[in-house]
Ligand binder design. Sequence first.
Ligand code: 26Q
Length: 844
Amino acid sequence: MEYLGIPMERVLAMVTDADSFVERAQDGSAHSPYVEVGELRQQILAKLTYELGGDPNWARKRDWFVAAALTVRDRVMDQWRSSKARIAEHKAKQVYYLSAEFLTGRLLSEALGNLGLTDSMRAALADLGVDLEQIYGQEADPALGNGGLGRLAACFMESMATLSVPAFGYGIRYENGLFKQVFEDGRQFELPEDWLSQGNPWEFKRPDLSYEIGFGGEVRSEPGADGQPRLVWHPAETLHAIAYDTPVVGWRGEQINTLRLWSARAAEPLRLAEFNRGDHFAAHADRIRAEVISRVLYPGDETDAGRELRLRQEYFFASASLQDLLRRHRLLHGKDLSTLADKAAIQLNDTHPAIAVAELMRLLTDVHGMEWQEAWRITSSAFSYTNHTLLPEALETWSVAMMEQQLPRHMQIIYQINAQHLEHARRDMDASDALLADVSLIDEQHGRRVRMGHLAFVGSHKINGVSALHTELMRKTVFAPLDRVCPGRIVNKTNGITFRRWLHRANPGLTRLLVEMLGEVVLGNPEAMQELAAHADDSVLHERLFAQRRVRKQALAGLIADQLGVAVDPAAMFDVQIKRVHEYKRQLLNILQTIALYQAMRDNPLGNWVPRVKIFAGKAAASYQQAKLIIRLAHDVAKVVNNDPAVRGLLKVVYLANYNVSLAEAIVPAADVSEQISTAGMEASGTGNMKLALNGALTIGTLDGANIEIREHVGADNIVIFGLTADEVAARKRAGLVDGRGNIAASPALAQVIEAMGSGVFSPDQPDRYRPLVDALLYHDVFMVTADFDAYCAAQARLDQIWAKPAAWWRMSICNTARMGWFSSDRTIREYAEDIWGVPTRPL
Ligand code: 26Q
């Protein structure tokens, strides 16, 4: 990461110091550090020389990174093998986490940290004249996800390894992850992402682990072994799924799990007949059609449904994963599949892998000859499903016609599941015709579509939301009908984040302070951080926290200067909103308030203003025009504000490009204010809110998602809440109150902002550029931006007042860090393990 390359002795000194501090607390290695450093140095040199064919005198940073990564990987291998052996020996139940996305972030510092090797590696590399902090930046950040859902999967994988829950993560090895975001004149452009171009030292290709995946064709009735007729699927097309494994190292490296990502290969490398005829293009056509399946991650979060290739991706990885886990079951537990649900808990990360419900039924009945009812018992005991959104446009459905064409046998199975499900609803639950239509797996209203959320629900024993509010809304809205006919299945599992990455690694300075004050216990038991609140008024602690934050703000300021050429003052309040750009997340509300603040500063340049830096980062789906326009507005506002001498030293606006896990790791520890301002009822949980509060930023937010629980934990005095509640938003929508004109007329500040935007103050070359945004605010403000504007500005003013009293500010910040322990993904995973999966976890 470039910011670590900034020549700032204090940054490095602080980071280095703190790292050793964390690791000395780990009981991992019995080695003498001197022996260990020497061994590491030898191994790195050997890797560089014999595996990479490099020369220590000429090696580039990238080579040193690969040599170091391979060295660490070797250390992981023995533990990995023994983890697998232990599971086989104990015939343990395993968790299978099926997710279309895993946003792991870089792995070198995580592996080193969790193995307790950071210090020794730093010393070994230093002996070789190489700076560890610099080679971290050589690793590609695998962008195999869109946002929160993908990062949650990665946090969960780390926590499962830490808690010794035997687990496989199953997903897709996209050759191109989420697009690279670049800006031209404030407009977002998407470039292909290329994380594998220089190789990936962490993955192991397993060519021996390959499964056939079929598509299309037809279903015929044929006599089975017993002479009875049975349905046999004859796919028109088959291809292979090949496994690539990455080790997942938990804290202290005791349990190593596997992230297994599938890559698509044509069944036949090329069509020989065509090749021999000299038609090389036709010979490769099948290969290309097959391999495109794992080529690219769909960039829509919350949208982009309905595309055939997406369905093929979903079935591809669901089928490969199920075939693989069935194979493992037969290997470890014998050919009897009736015990499958005792040995496998299969978690569906949203509906993206939901076709797995039908696929497991097919594999158990058609392929393994099991009776339907027995297969259904096993399937619905093995699966559980996590919902991440209630937005109607994000609920996946597939047209029956497309399903029949791509997966004809699965369509039949879905009909059969639906028949028994509707029969149960009608006979046992006394469902009316209207209720039956609502709970049917087939939506007949919009041209016959399969409702994947319904399929996942019906095929699961537990369905969970990701925050208390979200789960309550699931029961009350989208899943209310299903909850009536299948009561008791919906449970809440509030999200969490791994503190190893988001506190210990991202913020070693703060971690060191915590350990110094409270002892090493805080590393394994974050609830022990509570004690810090007793020191909330300790002025020495305030100063140390201030110094620590300042170092990280300086580093971020360096990064901003490098990327944007904008100088920001580390003494100013760093006010950050970092997340996917979506209308419901209301970056627009933040920008409107920024404009209002700018206008107020200009009107009264000698006022007692708190200097602020508004920091944005986040990608918009490539086809999401309104979101892209919001990004452009942020850039246009930045241009005007940053070049206006009237507000110099008072206000800066920056939009950092290509937000990803690594950038988050640089921004989170440098944030003073965390913007969590979604329209209430629309953000399922949020997890950035947790990362920022944990690192001591003060949240300004609505009563939405996990913000509500954050308020309960940190205390209402330590968070700035504003705006309509979810109930109030729902009531307004019901009443059709989405006209913003009344709100604008009632707010002079807002009226002035909208006037400026609409008249081209920020787009003089194209005055009507922001007409679509203005029109939406005026006539169709479904995200309640105008309704919440005044309350939001008042909340921002409260933040200014607190900032002016540093003792009050740091007291609140301390209470945040101290009381965020509950949001560890270790806690979340323990809840899943106990209430959903039925697997043990180890105490830390
Ligand atoms: C669906 C169909 C076709 C193509 C893409 C998609 C798609 C892809 C990604 C739909 C949704 C997503 C991602 C959703 C997501 O990240 N949701 C977030 O999940 C977090 C973890 O639970 C929550 O904290 C956030 O509130 C939620 O927005």
